[in-house]
Design a protein around this ligand. Structure first.
Ligand code: G3H
Ligand code: 13P
Ligand code: NA
Ligand code: ZN
Length: 328
């Protein structure tokens, strides 16, 4: 069944778990997410970016998600629009039937230029007024996502501030967060706590302080009824990096956010955990390996089946680690 983000995250807060929000662009990702949710009895958040709409086309994406709901009627599904760059983008998604939208007013309509606070409040409030009238939830964003180690937003082909950021921009201010929620009435708030989008988050292996966990605690203490969202939450599995590079790939050394640190964040109010890159890596690694091992095979279903399995394994692992399993 299609449910709103507010319904799902209120349940998650009551029962103290987190929900991975996986980006979806195609049938294989959708199947992987739903089969994993079915196997672990987990509620689902699937999110579509502007890039996903461009790739698959909005009607195909919409029907992909509706097909998932039809095939798995016992699983609650939130259909979320990721990184909306204006109220009108959010409005179109609401009209398409999304049950949740993100108005990312931390960046301008180009998805690159950091905005001022009043602009962010204005466009977010406007989106909330429109969305709540339709029973649709809203996620806002305050602060600029960026790796505390590199100072970069790590944007690939989507959303991210241009140039090097300073630490004050990259950590959401708790007092400002409280004011923002009071003025916009968002259901969920994406906070900047040291993560960045994409595969290249950190150049060195994690030492336990990847996330600004104290900052998460301070923000949660100020806005306990607002669900916190962590973007850039891929863990960048080293085994998949190796499989990619062992089979003709060329990825540089890189590290992501350790699952244990995400689990610590969930103890302090993080409810929605955005993951895209990990499924991309698993998909690419499994296909590269299959191609290398089966050079005579040319039925796409053969290698795409491998990609579904690889992505499904990641989804199952996250549903279990975040405590989502058993809550459908
Ligand atoms: O926000 C970034 C997500 O990973 C979506 O990426 O814009 O390439 O679809 P995308
Ligand atoms: P990753 O690139 O870490 O998977 O983050 C995805 C994300 O935040 C989508 O909004
Ligand atoms: Na989002
Ligand atoms: Zn994001």
């Amino acid at each position: 069944a299609l449910i709103s983000m507010r319904q799902l995250l209120d349940h998650a807060a009551e029962y103290q778990y987190g929900v991975p929000a996986f980006n979806v662009n195609n049938l294989e990702q959708m199947r992987a997410i739903m089969e994993a949710a079915d196997q672990t009895d987990s509620p689902v958040i699937v999110q579509a970016s502007a890039g996903a709409r461009k790739y698959a086309g909005a009607p195909f994406l919409r029907h992909l998600i509706l097909a998932a709901i039809e095939e798995f009627p016992h699983i609650p599904v939130v259909m979320h629009q990721d990184h909306g760059t204006s109220p009108s983008v959010c409005q179109r998604s609401i009209q398409l039937g999304f049950s949740s939208v993100m108005m990312d007013g931390s960046l301008g309509e180009d998805g690159k230029t950091p905005t001022d606070y009043d602009y962010n409040v204005r466009v977010t409030r406007q989106t909330v007024d429109m969305a709540h009238a339709c029973g649709v939830s809203v996620e806002g964003e305050l602060g600029c996502l960026g790796s505390l180690e590199t100072g970069m937003a790590g944007e690939e082909d989507g959303i991210g501030a241009e140039g090097k950021l300073d630490h004050t921009q990259m950590l959401t201010d708790p007092e400002e967060a409280a004011d923002f929620v009071k003025r916009t009435h968002v259901d969920a708030l994406a906070i900047a706590i040291g993560t960045s989008h994409g595969a290249y988050k950190f150049t060195k292996p994690p030492t336990g302080d990847t996330l600004a966990i104290e900052r998460i605690k301070q923000i949660h203490a100020r806005i306990p009824d607002t669900h916190l969202v962590m973007h850039g939450s891929s863990s960048v599995p080293q085994d998949w990096l190796k499989i990619i590079n062992d089979n003709g790939g060329k990825l540089n050394e890189t590290y992501g956010v350790p699952v244990e640190e995400i689990v610590e964040g969930i103890k302090h109010g993080v409810r929605k955990v955005n993951i895209d890159t990990d499924l991309r890596l698993a998909s690419t690694g499994s296909i590269r390996r299959f191609m290398a091992q089966n050079p005579a095979e040319f039925d796409p279903r053969k290698y795409l089946k491998e990609s579904v399995k690889a992505m499904k394994d990641i989804c199952v692992a996250r549903y279990e680690s975040f405590g989502t399993a058993g809550n459908a």
